[in-house]
Design a protein around this ligand. Structure first.
Ligand SMILES: C[S@@+](CC[C@H](N)C(=O)[O-])C[C@H]1O[C@@H](n2cnc3c(N)ncnc32)[C@H](O)[C@@H]1O
Length: 370
């Protein structure tokens, strides 16, 4: 059971993070909730006595998700009037009253959101991963067999169906509803013909985008004042409605062991993941690294293996895009990027031959980026 001081600390940290990452409204909402909690608001007592670790459980984002869901499905009209998109900043008392009214009127939504970890699928990360895929294709000269771990709704399995402007370079599908153009620093990533042979993902709780309530849930975890992320998500959902990515419900370590059991010739097998590693217990990380190491020993030019990951090495720094490729091994630190893929610092592929290196073990639990 956490103390009230730990809950306050979690809200303060999350509000600071949101404020520093383009979400002043969400930062304000969390601080208003915190002050209401400290004044003894009954609708918030359920979080005052939180049974777990409020930081690792991303407690503030669970509450923010519940409030955003109520706004999105039209059940919190007063709160919706404060939404930055509706033009209403409003004063703090009015915002607090609207928030408290939503919480009191819909306790079932609040308990449902508090009971589950927030789950996002951030398609902006496709713009970071893309340079990894083109680097693999340029080296392997083969179609790609994609295996994504922690794929959520599978929207980053459709990365080749989006359009891109990366610095001065254009790529991907110019007719796609989703066009990604992050702020780009450094040279352009390698240009290579990339053909996807097959694509599959796994997640312990896949989001089924054919279900309205699951789409709403995915949208509710996008911070309310980040309309460009919301528009990107909606565009990716439109692509996925036509070309549905296959995401199997499975633990990543079990699933990957099965996928890598037999080498597949004529394709480059690409294991990849983004903002997923820190959610794994140490035993699962070790099993995944061991499965990759075993498969790497069997890799050759006809059946190469790549491990591409966009993950936090250090939670206080930007996540990095790293690639290991076999036969080799060669390892690249290709880029660092803002966690949602909005800004990319491309380093490129000055290859270094090094030992296999898994992302460092961060704290288990949700990250403030979500
Ligand atoms: C922060 S989300 C990132 C989703 C997606 N990779 C992205 O970048 O948008 C982390 C995902 O990992 C999944 N996950 C966590 N632990 C897992 C495990 N052991 N096996 C499979 N999926 C897992 C969660 O369900 C969630 O969908």
């Amino acid at each position: 059971m956490s103390t009230i001081e730990q809950v306050v600390d979690a809200f303060e940290r999350q509000a600071t993070y949101c404020g520093e990452h383009g979400s002043p409204f969400t930062a304000r909402l969390l601080r208003v909730a915190l002050r209401a909690l400290q004044r003894g608001e009954p609708a918030l007592q359920v979080i005052a006595a939180w049974p777990g670790d409020p930081v690792a459980d991303a407690l503030p984002l669970r509450l923010a998700g519940a409030l955003h869901a109520l706004v999105l499905d039209g059940r919190a009209e007063a709160l919706a009037r404060h939404d930055p998109e509706a033009g209403g900043a409003g004063d703090e008392v009015a915002l607090r009253d609207a928030m408290v009214a939503a919480l009191r009127t819909h306790p079932e939504v609040v308990s449902d959101y508090l009971a589950r970890p927030p789950q996002t699928n951030e398609v902006g990360r496709s713009a970071v991963l893309l340079g990894g895929f083109t680097t693999i294709a340029a080296h392997a000269g083969l179609p790609l067999r994609l295996l994504e771990l922690g794929a959520s709704a599978g929207l980053n399995l459709n990365w080749d169906r989006y359009g891109y402007r990366l610095g001065d370079t254009h790529g991907g599908d110019p007719a796609s509803p989703l066009q990604l153009a992050p702020s780009w620093h450094g040279a352009a990533p390698p240009v290579a013909e990339v053909r996807v042979d097959s694509r599959m993902g796994c997640d312990l709780a896949p989001v089924d985008i054919s279900v309205v309530s699951q789409r709403l849930r995915l949208r509710s975890y996008v911070w309310a004042d980040q309309q460009s992320r919301m528009a990107q998500l909606d565009a990716a959902l439109a692509v996925a409605a036509r070309q549905r990515p296959q995401v199997t419900r499975a633990m990543a370590d079990d699933w990957l062991e099965r996928q890598l059991a037999t080498p597949v010739a004529g394709v480059a097998t690409v294991v990849y993941h983004s903002i997923f590693w820190s959610y794994l217990p140490a035993a699962a990380k070790a099993r995944i690294a061991a499965a990759i190491e075993r498969a790497a020993q069997a890799a050759d030019a006809a059946a190469p293996l790549a491990w591409l990951r966009f993950e936090f090495d250090d939670p206080s720094q930007r996540p990095s895009l790293r690639l290991s490729l076999w036969p080799g091994p060669v390892e690249w630190h290709l880029a660092d990027a803002q966690a949602h893929g909005q800004e990319v610092f491309w380093h490129g592929g000055a290859a270094a031959t090094t030992a296999l290196r898994a992302p460092r073990h961060g704290r288990v639990g949700a990250s403030p980026t979500m």
